[in-house]
Structures are given as structure tokens and as C-alpha cells.
Write a protein that binds this ligand. Structure first.
Ligand SMILES: [Ca+2]
Length: 400
């Protein structure tokens, strides 16, 4: 442990040369609660769930705690100021934290937000409507909605832009590390457990820019454009007598009943049936249209309103000063830990080594042991349930 500590201190010193320290939170001391604010003005007391300070049911180190959502179907809010405000400029921005779903997660957000506001940031009323620079991290609801949110604020559009193609997320019971990197060259990277799961250009994966091409407004489909693929054959003629067929005819098989009395019953008329020779309204057969020109394609032109935006990455243009959680969880048990906001990828990696990677194997070992014990218990009860087929054999229907 001493060695790890020394390594951490050393790496912190080394990386402090390259990077600038912005925020770190490991939740390991009781003082965490004084650093964070619960937004009691955002939701009523009944709606807000309480954060539990715990290492969770399985962990790499019992003394290494995080914060965990604890009551089902509640909102969870929390925010803390950064040690130093980050303002987008020449620096990379990295936000990283760990998430562990100890519940069998069916529906719940687990994302973190990076927030502007500075001195004016209203921690008591911080919630879903508070403007943010970045919303990042897992969001799961049902089996089809499982993703790692990457939502970035666009100042040009005054809008929050979702990444166009979903980024996958982890939904097992173990701790995973989520990292978002935004570079001043307008590229970004998402890592899970420090492995890249998505990287690319901001302009390709978010709608930061207007479309480069638009339909030419001065161009429209010519009046004489023929886009009818098939036409009625002009050579086809209606057969003579076609319209003479009535829709119904008197049933030729019917005959006047023997006991029919014209005087009493009136004049006998055979019942009407559908005329088998009636074919409905005549229609000429369809043929390929010799004039057909194909589908008209609207010509595209360069969009006159299009502008390159070299500042897409500047999500913290006016300074980001806080991190926060504002979550809704149907089923709770998500544990957050080891948050870092930095302008140095190396520093984030060193922090990951000292925290997530230092704990993950022991956590897995403990988790596997718990599962094994559970299976053993289940195995016992399976044996009991082994009697079930016999029960069926007794013939439930006869008994009841
Ligand atoms: Ca911790």
C-alpha cells in the first residue's frame, strides 16, 4: 500500500507539470458531505433519495468508499465546486469517474454533468433544467435503451447536442471507469475502463454545424417532368358489350316452388345472384411509360449559411465551475467514485491506475465469491425443487 501511495504522489507531482489540477473526489473520508451539496430546492424531501456512503456489497477495499443511491424510485442530486474553474482554450478537457451498478439495473441514469455558473451557480436548486456544458455517462432504461450519454453544449446553436450514434455502456454488476476527452483540435474520445469505445471529430458525430449542402431553392421539378413509371396502354380497347353485363342476374337454377300461389303470394321472381360474367369497371392494362424520366432529384448546392466552427470543443467557453449528478433511478444501488476533472490525459490515467485499476481485481474476486455462494444456495433449493416433476405426475387436474 505504501508503494502505491508513493507512486500516486510521485505521479501527481510529475503530471502537475503537464496538467492543471481541477477536481478530484475519492469519497474516502467522512468530510465528503461538506464538499457536496444536495439540491433540496430542486425536489421535495419525499422525492429526493439519500446518498449512502459505502464501499458497496463487493469492493476492492472496504475502507475505500463511494456514494450510492439507496431508495428506489427517487431523484438523486448532488453537486460540488471544482478546485479550479476550467475555461476552454488550448487545453484538453478530461472528465472521468467510476460507476458500479450493484442492483440488477432496469432503469436509472448514472451520468455526471460538468457545469458552468461560477459564483452564480445555484447548488440548492441545481437540477435537470440547470444549464450544463457536458452530460456524460451511463443511462439505462429497459433492454433497448442502454447507452453512455455524450451530450455537449453548442454555443453556436444554443442547444445541447446528443452524439448521433449511441455509445455502448456496461450494465454488469462491477465497477467500470468512464472517461470523456475533448481536445482543442475538435476531436473527442470516450473510454470505458480506459479503452477507447468511440473517437472521432466533433463535427462528424454531433450536429454542431449546419449541413454543408442544401437543396437548391432556385431549382424545382420541371412542369413537363414525367415521373409516372406506368401508364394505361392506349392501344388497349374495351371489348364490345363489356358494359352490358349487369352486376347481378336472376339465379338460373332457381325455380318457382310447386306450392307457390300467384294469387296469394304475388308474382314469383327468382332470387338474384352475382353475375359471374361481371368484371367491374373496365380498365386498360398498364404498360411501361415510354416518356418516364426517372425520379427527379433535387440538385444540391453549397449551403450559404454554412460556417466552419473552430470553437465546437469550447463547451466551457465561459468557464466550467462545478460537477453534479441529477438522476432519476427506478431501481437503486448505483455507486459512484473516483471522479477527476483535469486538462491532462496522463493525470486521468495515473488517477485511474491509483484508484479503479488498483481495486478492480479484488472487487471481481469478492463478487465472484458472493456469486458462488449464491449459486451454492440456489443449488440447494434447486434440489428441493427437483420434486416438482413428481408433483406434476400426480395429476393436478385430478386433485382439484
Ligand atoms: Ca472511494
Amino acid at each position: 500500500m505504501k508503494l502505491t501511495f508513493a507512486t500516486t504522489v510521485l505521479s501527481a507531482l510529475v503530471s502537475s507539470v503537464a496538467g492543471e489540477y481541477l477536481f478530484k473526489e475519492d469519497f474516502n473520508d467522512e468530510g465528503w458531505a461538506s464538499r457536496w451539496t444536495v439540491p433540496t430546492g430542486w425536489k421535495g424531501k419525499d422525492e429526493l433519495g439519500e446518498w449512502k456512503h459505502t464501499a458497496g456489497d463487493w469492493h476492492g477495499d472496504n475502507g475505500d468508499k463511494g456514494i450510492q443511491t439507496s431508495v428506489d424510485a427517487k431523484h438523486y442530486g448532488l453537486s460540488a465546486p471544482l478546485a479550479k474553474t476550467f475555461t476552454s482554450g488550448d487545453n484538453t478537457l478530461v472528465i472521468q469517474y467510476s460507476v458500479k451498478h450493484e442492483q440488477d439495473l432496469d432503469c436509472g441514469g448514472a451520468y455526471i454533468k460538468l457545469l458552468p455558473g461560477g459564483d452564480k451557480f445555484d447548488a440548492v436548486n441545481f437540477g435537470g433544467d440547470t444549464p450544463y456544458a457536458i452530460m456524460f455517462g451511463p443511462d439505462v432504461c429497459g433492454s433497448s435503451n442502454k447507452r453512455t450519454h455524450v451530450i455537449l453544449h453548442s454555443f453556436l446553436k444554443d442547444d445541447n447536442l446528443l452524439i448521433k450514434k449511441d455509445v455502448p455502456t456496461e450494465t454488469d454488476d462491477l465497477t467500470h471507469l468512464y472517461t470523456l476527452i475533448i481536445n482543442p483540435d475538435n476531436t473527442f474520445e470516450v473510454r470505458v475502463d480506459n479503452k477507447a469505445v468511440r473517437e472521432g471529430k466533433l463535427e462528424d458525430e454531433f450536429d454542431f454545424l449546419l449541413p454543408k449542402e442544401i437543396k437548391d431553392p432556385d431549382s424545382s421539378k420541371p412542369e413537363d417532368w414525367v415521373d409516372q413509371k406506368k401508364i394505361a396502354d392506349p392501344e388497349d380497347v374495351k371489348p364490345e358489350g363489356y358494359d352490358d353485363q349487369p352486376e347481378e342476374i336472376a339465379d338460373p337454377e332457381a325455380s318457382k316452388p310447386d306450392d307457390w300461389d300467384d294469387e296469394d303470394d304475388g308474382e314469383w321472381e327468382p332470387p338474384m345472384i352475382d353475375n359471374p360474367d361481371f368484371e367491374g369497371e373496365w380498365e386498360a392494362k398498364m404498360i411501361e411509360n415510354p416518356e418516364y424520366k426517372g425520379k427527379w432529384e433535387h440538385p444540391m448546392i453549397a449551403n450559404p449559411d454554412f460556417t466552419e466552427d473552430p470553437d465546437m470543443y469550447k463547451v466551457c467557453k465561459d468557464g466550467c465551475s462545478h460537477v453534479g449528478f441529477e438522476l432519476w433511478q427506478v431501481k437503486t444501488g448505483t455507486l459512484f467514485d473516483d471522479i477527476i476533472v483535469t486538462d491532462s490525459i496522463e493525470e486521468a490515467e495515473e488517477y485511474a491506475k491509483a484508484t479503479f485499476f488498483a481495486k478492480k481485481d479484488a472487487e471481481k474476486e469478492m463478487y465472484d465469491k458472493i456469486q458462488e455462494e449464491k449459486r451454492a444456495e440456489m443449488g440447494d433449493s434447486d434440489d428441493d425443487e427437483g420434486g416438482m416433476p413428481d408433483f406434476d405426475g400426480m395429476g393436478m387436474g385430478d386433485e382439484f
